[in-house]
Each structure stands twice: as C-alpha cells, then as structure tokens.
Design a protein around this ligand. Structure first.
Ligand SMILES: [Zn+2]
Length: 257
C-alpha cells in the first residue's frame, strides 16, 4: 500500500482513539463508566449523534458548538484527537507496523490522558499507572527497544525517585514537588521505556517544569506559590525520550565535551 495511504489510515485510527481518550479524561476522575452512556453535550445533556461525533471534523463543521443548544465545546476535544492521531503516525514512522509501535502508542495515549487529568484535577489515576507498570514490564519480554532487566530497573528507579526528589527538588526549593501519583507515573515510564528514560524524564521534566513554573510565577507577580501539576512535564519528558531520546542524549553529551 502507498505509505501516504497507510499514514492517513493510522492518523484516522489515532484520532478515533483520541475521541475515546477524551471520554477517559472526563470520566475516569469522576469514576463514571467509560462505556455508558454515550457522549453527551455538557450543556444540554442531549445525546451526541454519531455523525456529530467524528473526530476533529465534527468540531470544525459545527464550529465548536452543540447542534442542539449551541453551547461552546472546548477546543481541547479536537486537540486531544489530533495529537493522538499525530502520535500514532509518529510511532508508526519510528517503529513501523509492529507490536512495538502498538505498545508504545498505548503509552503515548496513557500519557495524554494523564496529562489532562492532572491539569484538571491534580491527580494521576492509579487505574492507569498500576496496570501500566504491569503491562509495560510484561511487554518488555517481547519487544526490542527495552530489555526486561532495563524495564525492571526502570520500575525501581522510577519508584525510588522519591528519594532523589527529596534530596534535589525539595533541597532547592524547600517545598514538595512531587506527589505519589508522579512516582507511580515514573515507575510506569520506567516499565515501558527502561531506567535511562526515567533519568532522562526526571531531568527534562524538571527543566521544562521549572522554566514554565517560573514564567507563570513572574507573570502572576513574584513570590506567589502556584500548584503546577508535575505530571504533564513528566509526560512531556517521556515523550521527548520516546521520539528523540538517542538524539537528545547524543547532543547533550556533545555539549559536555
Ligand atoms: Zn447541547
């Protein structure tokens, strides 16, 4: 098949998955069923017909409003769908149509859900991270990008990162930086990507988080404490490792010389 056609199908697949991820982001923290009822308008609670629920396209056709009541629909819905589709294409480009690609795409999807739930509720649900740790470790026996030893050490390093943070972040800023959810997220990242990814994710996530946190603090007036969730930055760090890890590490080591 034409590679362009394959990529297009994978993009559509990823966007359809993204539609389900939106459901997870809204319902998981509220302990609602992921299956029933079907999608509803948050404004008028009317059921959304399948033809108004096509990823990205329906949002554009309806100009971001509910067909029934005209309530605004957050642009985040098509954004999550689009990003999910692009992740699918990116993973395919890197790993081809393999089990590897499928597993790593599942990781990117989990990171996407965790990012937005953490932004909305400042929690990272155990129902994602605990199964994620187990699945990531089991899959390491079948995949090429990580050995089961690297995966196992990754879980330990990720889970043990609490100590590192107690020494590092807390020592620098005199406040708690990470919650228990962040630790479990790091263990999950370690399970899927190995211990090197955990180390990379902590440094990249902290660096990006510090820059963003400082920028926000400066804008809102100095000295104000802001609860900036760490999960999105850890997720971003893990994604950077997944897509650019070897290049970034190579570049960084080049700087040290
Ligand atoms: Zn409505």
């Amino acid at each position: 098949m034409d590679p362009l056609v394959v990529n297009l199908w994978v993009l559509l697949f990823g966007m359809a998955v993204g539609s389900f991820l939106n459901v997870c982001i809204y319902r998981l923290p509220r302990s609602l069923s992921l299956i029933r009822p079907g999608s509803m308008c948050p404004g008028c609670r009317s059921k959304i017909a399948f033809y108004d629920n096509i990823p990205v396209l329906s949002y554009l056709l309806l100009k971001g409003r509910c067909r029934r009541c005209g309530a605004r629909i957050s642009p985040r819905y098509p954004l999550v769908e689009l990003v999910s589709g692009l992740f699918a294409v990116a993973v395919l480009g890197r790993y081809g149509l393999t089990l590897e690609a499928f597993v790593l795409y599942a990781l990117t999807a989990a990171l996407l859900v965790i990012t937005f739930i953490d932004i909305d509720h400042q929690i990272i649900p155990d129902v994602i991270t605990y199964p994620g740790i187990v699945i990531g470790f089991l899959m390491s026996f079948f995949l090429d990008h990580v050995t089961y030893q690297e995966s196992f050490i990754g879980i330990l390093v990720g889970g043990g990162s609490l100590l590192l943070v107690a020494w590092g972040y807390h020592g620098l800023t005199k406040r708690e930086g990470m919650g228990g959810g962040d630790i479990k997220l790091l263990a999950m990242i370690g399970a899927f990507l190995g211990w090197k990814a955990v180390v990379f994710t902590i440094f990249a996530g902290s660096a990006i988080g510090t820059v963003v946190g400082a920028t926000v603090a400066l804008r809102k007036g100095g000295g104000r404490r802001l609860a900036v969730p760490f999960g999105p930055f850890l997720s971003l760090g893990a994604l950077l490792f997944l897509f650019f890890g070897p290049q970034v590490i190579h570049w960084y080591l080049g700087l040290m010389r």
